[in-house]
Design a protein around this ligand. Structure first.
Ligand SMILES: NC(=O)c1ccc[n+]([C@@H]2O[C@H](COP(=O)([O-])OP(=O)(O)OC[C@H]3O[C@@H](n4cnc5c(N)ncnc54)[C@H](OP(=O)(O)O)[C@@H]3O)[C@@H](O)[C@H]2O)c1
Length: 343
């Protein structure tokens, strides 16, 4: 089978396509024939060496994917050959991610994909939607699970709603009943955030964000899903209502921030730091279940009409796909790995 691998850190040119034997699943594992693999910023950050030394001598990148179960290992009862599935955190503690024709994973990292959902959607869920789920489910007065009505009456600000995580946060928050405001940097991105379901968009390059958000959220925000804390935390603190939560999942635009302690503690707000790799199995399982329910409800989608334009690359062009994500592609970058025939 074909696999994309790297054996040293570096730019996208360290990625090469090689032939490897088809792996067999062990106890509690399944082998998935990958149809589509998602590419996320974390993939190039690991490859580039920004997350430390390589944990394995040879790595197949890719946390996210969608495909068909092709073999099950001993003890597997909840998945069967032929099941259509989506994956999460495929490569985190293992050398073999989703940028290959077959991937072996523990069943905990694999979830059945609802019938109506495309492989494009399945491969776009993992990192973005699980991150968004975590960000939306940690507030003091809010729910720890998402479902229709769970966020009724709550107002959520999604920072950078045209990003992949921002898009998932908007769609999930809408599904759960929130009023959603999103910041964006251009009219084109405002259109994408609105297509995802944002009720209101604010161009942070043009408008006074605090004033514009206050106009809509007069009592303040219940939740903020923040991608660029260095730039936005001070305004988030001014907008959060007492006991609200600011969930921070990235350091886009800078790694350090200075806050006024007095202004911040007077909010009684929480800062919820979010990193998928340390979030814990229980939160991952809850996210997988709720995200799959949203997909089954038709509430999560991909493509321009859902605010997430798709960019397809053949497996052999994985390096170009990584470079596109690293270069800030707007929307979702996918690798076309295999065809969709049934097993
Ligand atoms: N903690 C975790 O577990 C976790 C999980 C997933 C992703 N991440 C990280 O989260 C980041 C985003 O991932 P992604 O896949 O969503 O990437 P993406 O699709 O490239 O989106 C990045 C978004 O950040 C927005 N942004 C940058 N500066 C901003 C600012 N000052 N205010 C508002 N928005 C701003 C951009 O919007 P504009 O162009 O409009 O500014 C863009 O929409 C990456 O750094 C990624 O590594 C972390």
């Amino acid at each position: 089978m074909r696999a994309v691998v790297y054996t040293e850190s570096g730019d996208s040119s360290v990625l090469e396509v090689v032939e490897r034997p088809v792996p067999e699943p062990g106890r509690g594992e399944v082998r998935i024939r990958v149809v589509r693999a998602g590419v996320n910023p974390t993939d190039w950050k690991f490859r580039a060496g920004g997350m430390g030394e390589l944990a394995f001598p040879e790595i197949v990148p890719g946390q996210d994917g969608a495909g068909i179960v092709a073999a099950v290992g001993p003890g597997v009862t909840d998945l069967a050959v032929g099941d259509r599935v989506w994956t999460m955190l495929a490569q985190h503690t293992r050398p073999g991610g989703t940028a290959q024709e077959h991937v072996v994973l523990p069943t905990a990292n694999v979830t059945v994909l609802p019938d109506a959902a495309s492989y494009d959607l399945g491969a776009s869920l993992g990192v973005p939607a699980v991150t968004a789920h975590r960000a939306l489910t940690t507030s003091e007065d809010g729910p720890d699970r998402l479902a229709p009505g769970a966020l009724d009456g709550m107002t959520v600000l999604v920072s950078g709603g045209a990003g992949a995580v921002g898009n998932a946060a908007i769609q999930l928050a809408r599904w759960a009943g929130a009023t959603v405001i999103s910041t964006v940097s251009s009219p084109e991105k405002a259109a994408l955030a609105a297509a995802a379901g944002a009720h209101h968009t604010v161009d942070y390059r043009e408008a006074d964000v605090v004033a514009a958000v206050r106009e809509v959220a007069k009592d303040g925000l219940d939740l903020v899903v923040e991608v660029a804390p260095a730039q936005n935390l001070r305004s988030d603190v001014r907008l959060i209502r007492p006991r609200g939560t600011i969930a921070i999942y990235a350091n886009n635009g800078g790694d350090e921030v200075t806050l006024s302690v007095r202004e911040t503690f007077s909010t009684n707000a929480r800062f919820q730091w979010v990193l998928l790799y340390t979030v814990g199995q229980e939160a991952l399982r809850a996210a997988a279940e709720d995200i799959t329910a949203a997909v089954a409800d038709g509430a999560l989608g991909v493509g321009e009409e859902h605010g997430l334009p798709l960019h397809h690359y053949p497996l052999a062009e994985a390096a170009q796909a990584h470079a596109a994500v690293e270069g800030g592609a707007v929307g979702k970058v996918l690798l076309d790995v295999g065809d969709v025939r049934a097993e």
